[in-house]
Design a protein around this ligand. Structure first.
Ligand code: CU
Length: 118
C-alpha cells in the first residue's frame, strides 16, 4: 500500500514536468505513435518523453537495418522482435499508471519514457 502511494505521487510529478516541456497540439483518442529509426548502430529518438492514458493503445513504428529487441517496461511488460525492415508496427496498452521505459536491448538505449496517466 505504501509503495503504491509513493509511485502514484512520483508519476504525477513526472507528468507535470513532461507537460511543461512538450504539449501535444491535439489530444489523440487513439494514443501516441512513436516513430523509431535504427540505422548503422544508432537509434532515433533516444530519451523521448510522451504521455498516454491507461489502456490507451500505444504504437511503436520501427524502421530498422538490423535485428533488435524492443522492451516495454510496463506492467505487464511487452517484448517485440525488431527485424531489418521498414514500418514495423507494434501496439500495446499499459494497465498500471506510472513511468514506462521503452528500451532497445541490443543497442542498450532508452528510446522513450511514457508517462501513463490513470
Ligand atoms: Cu528491458
Amino acid at each position: 500500500m505504501k509503495v503504491a502511494k509513493l509511485m502514484t505521487v512520483s508519476a504525477v510529478l513526472a507528468t507535470a514536468v513532461g507537460c511543461s516541456s512538450a504539449t501535444p497540439p491535439v489530444p489523440q483518442a487513439a494514443g501516441p505513435v512513436v516513430e523509431i529509426t535504427i540505422a548503422k548502430g544508432a537509434v532515433t529518438p533516444t530519451n523521448a518523453t510522451l504521455s498516454a492514458k491507461v489502456n490507451q493503445p500505444i504504437t511503436l513504428r520501427v524502421t530498422s537495418d538490423a535485428d533488435d529487441e524492443l522492451h516495454v517496461h510496463s506492467t505487464p511488460d511487452h517484448e517485440f522482435e525488431v527485424k531489418p525492415a521498414a514500418d514495423q508496427e507494434f501496439s500495446f496498452t499499459v494497465s498500471v499508471p506510472g513511468s514506462v521505459a521503452v528500451e532497445l536491448h541490443h543497442l542498450d538505449r532508452t528510446v522513450a519514457t511514457i508517462q501513463v496517466q490513470p
